[in-house]
Each structure stands twice: as C-alpha cells, then as structure tokens.
Design a protein around this ligand. Structure first.
Ligand SMILES: [Zn+2]
Length: 260
C-alpha cells in the first residue's frame, strides 16, 4: 500500500513536469521565453488558460481536448507528453529508489522527451536543452559511485567528436549536410551521462533504428526524391540513449563478456 502511494506520487509529479515540458516544446523552437508569461495560452484563440483547466491529464479529459473559451481543438500530444513524463518519473524512481539520483535520471528523461518532440516538429534541438542536460550530467558525476567526472568528459568528447566526424565526412563526400550541430551537441550531453561506451552505443544503435525507420518511411512515402527523404536523427539517438540508461550494464556485459 505504501509502495502504491509512492508510485502515484511520482507519477503525479511527473505529469506536472510533463505539463511544463509541453510549454517548453511549444515555446523554445519559436524563440519564446520558457518562463514568461507564467500561464499558458490557448493556441487557437490566445486566451490564457485558467489554473483549473491546466491540471495535467485531468483537464484534457474533462474538456475532451477542447479550449473552454473557443472550443478549439487541443492536440492529443499535450495529453500524451504528460502521460509519458508521468511514466518516466515512475520508471526513474524504480531505478534509483528514494535518492538524489532520481533527480538526475528523471531530469535526463525529461530533457530527452522535450528534445524528441521538438526535433520531430522543427528538426532542431535547442541549445538550452542540450546545455541543461550537460550541466545536470556534470553535477550527477559528483554523487555517482560508478562514474567520475573524467568518465563523463571522455564520454562527451567521444560522443560529440564521433558524430561530428561522421557529419564532416558526409558533408565532404556528398556535399549535403546530413546531420545538424544540434545532434552533435546532444551527444555531448548524452556522453556526459553514459560514458564513452554508452555514447558509441547510442550513435550506432540510434543509427540502426533510424535507418530501418528511414527506409520504411521513404518506401511508404513513394516520393520522387527518395534519396533526400529527411527525418530527424535526434529521436533515434534519444531512444537508444534511454535504452542504454536503463539496460547499459546488461548491454556492456553482453559486449565485453564475449571477450573474456
Ligand atoms: Zn481557445
């Protein structure tokens, strides 16, 4: 029973952060301040949303996804991001228990969620998110017992450097920019958390998922210029990084276990 209470508390806290992530996802790529104004607007009529209509998950259900003022549709995405962040919070708690580590693991997931949705919409990753993640990763090294700040720095350099190298070769050989600097900076943040092996896993596994999805999407779209079909890379890096965050020890075991 007590356990259930903790799950519920962490879930509710996660949905509140998810509600804030919705604000960031909307405002950051549009160059708006994440904190001012403090209240949210209806995207259709621009009227401020009252606090009682801004309760995570519940308000969306009660208002059936519509603005109380104008009846304009509020995307299911808002609900989904709140739900996903709530689940991310519970999963972080399951990994860390009641400890300061929760803040850093959940912070990692929250930033990854914001990056994913912004990159899908705008094909950019805001510097503020990469920087926030990197700083959080640096602070985290001071309370981790499996990881030093040097491991983090090596991870950041290997992750960002390797992806930058791929982007450079791609540009030189094909004459087009295949990867954005946002992805490179994201790998500095991810590497600071996951170390060099985790960073390389993220790039390789992210590329693999991205290639499969990219080929499927290009095939399904039946567009004329299949070769130039553009999909953002950030969400695939994000998915691979989250897998490593939770299953990194197992993955490392498989990889290095074979080498004796
Ligand atoms: Zn409205």
């Amino acid at each position: 029973m007590e356990k259930l209470f903790f799950y519920l508390a962490f879930f509710v806290f996660g949905t509140i952060i998810g509600s804030f992530l919705n604000v960031l996802i909307y405002r950051l790529p549009r160059g708006k301040s994440p904190l001012k104004p403090a209240f949210s607007f209806c995207p259709s009529c621009g009227s401020p949303i009252k606090w009682y209509d801004n309760i995570p998950l519940l308000s969306y259900l009660i208002l059936r996804g519509k603005c109380r003022n104008c009846g304009g549709k509020i995307g299911f995405r808002y609900f989904f991001v709140e739900l996903l962040t709530g689940v991310a919070s519970v999963v972080s708690y399951l990994k860390t228990g009641l400890s300061y580590e929760y803040i850093f693991v959940f912070g990692f997931l929250a930033i990854i969620i914001a990056i994913t949705f912004i990159d899908v919409d705008f094909k950019i990753i805001p510097d503020q998110l990469n920087l926030a993640g990197f700083v959080l990763g640096v602070i985290y090294t001071f309370i981790r017992d499996d990881f030093t700040i040097l491991d983090g720095i090596i991870g950041a350099v290997v992750g960002a450097g390797f992806l930058w190298g791929i982007a450079y070769i791609y540009l030189k050989t094909r004459g087009i920019e295949g990867l954005g600097m946002g992805d490179v900076k994201m790998m500095a943040f991810v590497g600071m958390y996951l170390g060099w092996f985790g960073a390389l896993f993220t790039i390789f596994f992210g590329s693999l998922i991205g290639a499969v999805v990219g080929i499927a999407a290009a095939y399904l779209s039946r567009s004329e210029d299949k070769g130039r079909f553009e999909i953002p890379f950030g969400p695939f890096l994000a998915l691979a990084a989250v897998i490593y965050m939770f299953f990194g020890d197992t993955i490392k075991g498989w990889y290095f276990g074979g080498m004796g």
